[in-house]
Design a protein around this ligand. Structure first.
Ligand SMILES: [Zn+2]
Length: 559
């Protein structure tokens, strides 16, 4: 980048217009535009709008005074969009003890002891990312596993899927102190959740709605902490080649934080925020209309709702019993009548609905509800979405496309869940599990994401998982349920143009064509040509939003 030269040009040139043009050349630019899928050069203006794409000679002749950026042998793709993530969740996770990949409880405790050194006396020790499926005995942990190392300091650790939490005894004591006249013992259960018990004593694990009991007593993060968390999340996203995210479940307070960052020019990521259920943010949308920041980096025009839990913690609502727990069909976290009421309210306000549905029963309830609420208007441009659509009855998969419902799916969930998904579901139900190709064949739009921080935000891992359906060691050979693998081009479309469509952004981003925003990623190699086994290792040279770099490998931003 010759920034100095650019400044001189802009001030001395007789025709300011020419100097304000930036011209990128590369071995190949994949535009995701069917009209012109591959070019060598792209020009954009200072406002970050693409002016032209084409052959290098053609554009060099057309814009002789443009600032030249020569990416050499590199490949360029449209900026990657994660169609389902949790930006503040990622930020908070980056501020907490990281338990992802811990191979047993001893490793969890060891990591917590190390992290504890950074904490002031008496502060809660927060961590996330544990997964009992990674441990030798695969059973849920208990408070006792933490109490020896942390007898006094309260400890609260989110499971990797965010649908269960693990507390020590000090944390449970704090919970009980906040509920006078009641204890965690007994046989009562909170709405939409489960306190795991041994006899009548709480073990320390809280599933779905029961996690709120602990959530309520956690010290609230202050403004400075939240801003720091957001900065960390933005830096991580830019490093991973993300230029956009659909942020699922944003409070009015978090939206205000995003606006502040956008006003200050500190928002390096385009955020499509979805309101967090039937709360203040949705009320604001209904009162004031859909929101769009003038700079184009933040919008809120949708709401994120939940119908069920997750498969790992057996909270996903199934039509039949869990294969590995007879009598359990999972749980609905929202009562279907209440859910339908909120969907109708959103419809009335012109708000796009996105619903978390993992189990086949959860998915059926959502599709039935969408069908009833949309009625004759299924053909309108509503773009309602099902988030995860993870286990869907073969009867329901073909219902998405005619209703205009988008399947928003996460390739890395399939490869994370594949070691135990068949235990939970049995073989027959796998037909509709993580069934990306069946959705594509049915004509549904398939938007791809990661659900970070449940999974890594790195979209290269998503591309790799989508194309291989293997873990990063290449297992199982040929991939898990390999007929559902995507091609590299299909996977890239899911992370670019189809993700943009799911956010009503397809006229702005997701393709590189005249009039579009210059959001793109420069990669050392061609993602459509490298062997699938190497998609997770593609080197990101730089990430650009509105024609300006937000990450450069050679000039990494400070953490
Ligand atoms: Zn999520």
């Amino acid at each position: 980048m010759r920034r100095t030269a650019l400044v001189l040009l802009c001030c001395l040139a007789a025709t300011a217009q020419a100097a304000d043009v930036h011209l990128l050349t590369a071995a190949r630019i994949h535009t995701s535009d069917p009209a012109r899928p591959q070019v060598e050069a792209m020009a954009w203006d200072d406002a970050g709008r693409v002016l032209a794409v084409g052959e290098a000679q053609e554009l060099l002749a057309q814009y002789p005074d443009a600032e030249r950026i020569d990416a050499g042998e590199a490949s360029v793709i449209p900026g990657l969009i994660d169609a389902h993530g949790h930006l503040m969740g990622l930020g908070y996770a980056l501020m907490q003890a990281d338990l992802v990949g811990a191979r047993d409880k001893a490793e969890v405790v060891a990591r917590l002891r190390e992290y504890e050194k950074t904490l002031p006396e008496g502060a809660w020790l927060l961590g996330n990312g544990w997964d009992q499926n990674d441990w030798p005995d695969r059973t849920f942990p208990t408070a006792a596993d933490l109490d020896a190392a942390f007898p006094d300091r309260p400890v609260w650790l989110d499971r990797v899927d965010g649908h269960a939490g693990w507390a020590n005894s000090a944390a449970m004591k704090a919970v009980e102190a906040a509920m006078p006249g009641r204890t965690l013992a007994g046989d009562w259960q909170p709405d939409g959740g489960r306190i795991l018990r041994d006899g009548d004593r709480a073990t320390g694990v809280f599933v779905d709605g029961a996690m709120d009991l602990v959530g309520k007593v956690l010290p609230a993060p202050d403004d400075a902490y939240r801003a720091q968390a957001l900065e960390r999340a933005l830096a991580a996203a830019a490093r991973d080649g993300l230029t956009g995210v659909h942020d699922m479940g944003v409070s009015a307070g978090d939206l205000a934080l995003y606006k502040r960052f956008a006003d200050a020019g500190k928002l390096s990521l385009r955020i499509d925020a979805y309101a967090n259920g039937d709360n203040q943010a949705l009320a604001d949308l209904c009162a004031d209309g859909l929101y769009r920041h003038p700079g184009g980096r933040v919008q809120m025009r949708g709401v994120k709702l939940f119908i069920d839990g997750a498969l790992g913690s057996r909270g996903a609502a199934l039509l039949e019993d869990y294969s590995d727990e007879p009598g359990n069909r999972g749980l609905l976290v929202t009562d279907p009548a209440t859910y339908e009421g909120i969907v109708r309210k959103a419809r009335g306000c012109g708000v796009q609905v996105a619903t978390h549905a993992i189990g086949d029963r959860g998915n059926r309830i959502v599709i039935d509800t969408y069908e009833r609420v949309l009625g004759d208007e299924a053909k309108s441009d509503h773009r309602w979405r099902v988030e995860h659509a993870q286990i869907v009855s073969p009867r329901d998969i073909p219902r998405f496309a005619p209703l205009g419902v988008i399947a928003s799916m996460q390739p890395t969930h399939a490869t994370s869940d594949m070691p135990w998904a068949q235990d939970r579901l049995g073989e027959e139900r796998l037909f509709g599990a993580y069934a990306w190709q069946r959705f594509l064949h049915s004509g549904a739009h398939l938007a791809l994401g990661s659900d970070f921080p449940v999974e890594s935000p790195d979209p290269r891992l998503g591309l790799y998982a989508a194309v291989t359906r293997q873990d990063r060691d290449g297992q199982p050979p040929g991939g898990w349920l390999p007929d559902q693998r995507l091609s590299a081009a299909e996977a890239l479309r899911g992370f670019t143009s189809d993700a943009a469509y799911a956010g009503f952004d397809e006229k702005q981003v997701g393709r590189l064509a005249p009039g579009m925003r210059a959001d793109f990623v420069i990669l050392a190699e061609d993602p459509l040509a490298v062997p699938a086994s190497r998609l997770d290792e593609l080197r990101i040279e730089s990430t650009w939003v509105d024609g300006k770099p937000v990450y450069e490998a050679d000039h990494p931003a400070k953490p």
